[in-house]
Design a binder for this molecule. Sequence first.
Ligand SMILES: Cc1ncc(COP(=O)(O)O)c(C=O)c1O
Length: 388
Amino acid sequence: MTNKEKISERLATLCVHQGVNKDDTFNAVITPIYATSTFAFEAPGKTKGHDYSRTSNPTRSALEECLAALEGGAAASATSTGMSATATVMHLLPAGAHVIAGHDIYGGTYRLFSSILPQRGISFSFVDMGDPENVRDAIRPETKAVWIETPSNPLLNLVDIKAVCNIASENGLISMVDNTFMSPYFQRPFELGADLVIHSTTKYLNGHSDVVGGAIISKSAETGAKVAALTNALGTCCAPFDAWLVLRGVKTLPCRMKAHNENAMSLALFLDGRDEVEKVYYPGLESHPDHELAKKQMTGFGGMLSFDIKGGSDAAFKFIGELTLYAFAESLGGVESLIEHPDSMSHASMDLAARRAAGIKEGNIRVSVGIEDAADLVADMERAFAAL
Ligand SMILES: Cc1ncc(COP(=O)(O)O)c(C=O)c1O
């Protein structure tokens, strides 16, 4: 029923066709939502491939097949949220394991790593991964994995995935890459040496801000089987309806990513050099310290940018309050533009010292640039600056 074989090497074709679980009963062109908890056995030990929806479900399997093909991995497990994907992969590690992560990762991931998992015997070092040698220096005898998030959230710092994965493999560590910000359209971590790719499918993969979901893609079938056993044992899988929404969203991933990228570039150029703005963080700008690395390891610069407004949080809130096209909301990766204040919102789960150590200032404003007309997005900001 499913296309187990990869049907193309080309991403746009894969997005539309891979994992489309055609319906044999009515020839539906779109994968149906199999809203069922359980599946009847045909005989003892004999099923049509599924027995219970926590273990597997045809709609979810279709999405998993699609995501594995998009990232170029051997297997994928679709989970209920990005955080459940992260929590699940941490169960691959034994008690007593030590993990090295970037110091400027997503606030929710930082909270899991700094205050929840240490209570379960897994410890973390948070390092500036801008210099891969900091990873090597943090390795201890009990280190088992490296967690890479690039570009980082919200300051868009880059990690050299290939360099860090090389250090990981030389030292027998599992390399895990959160590829949420770029999506497989712009960044392909397996080609740079990663072992596992993690997504919040809530963001670009779904792209319509109408679902929360996650995914774990494994480079090897062996790790994929371990991850599938974990999602089944922990119950972190996603529901069939949520899988269907993501599967639908993925079909337009290339068109959306191109539009996000173009609009973010226009906004970054508009913000860069404005009197009210202290600094713009966007890897597509030539002034970005990692611009050369961005050109090397990504095929686009993405739809996320942030900037420091002069005047701290008061100015930030006033500016945001003047906007009409940008929703004042957390999250990212949807077709509509969103704007938020990391210091009090997305990164409030990091303590103040950790936020400042990561370089997040009071006046930092993060934008998830949508696919509206770029001129309208610029004009709305121009008006908000004028009102300050
Ligand atoms: C980079 C990144 N990874 C993971 C997550 C967590 O995903 P979710 O909110 O789907 O649990 C987020 C959420 O914002 C994120 O930005």
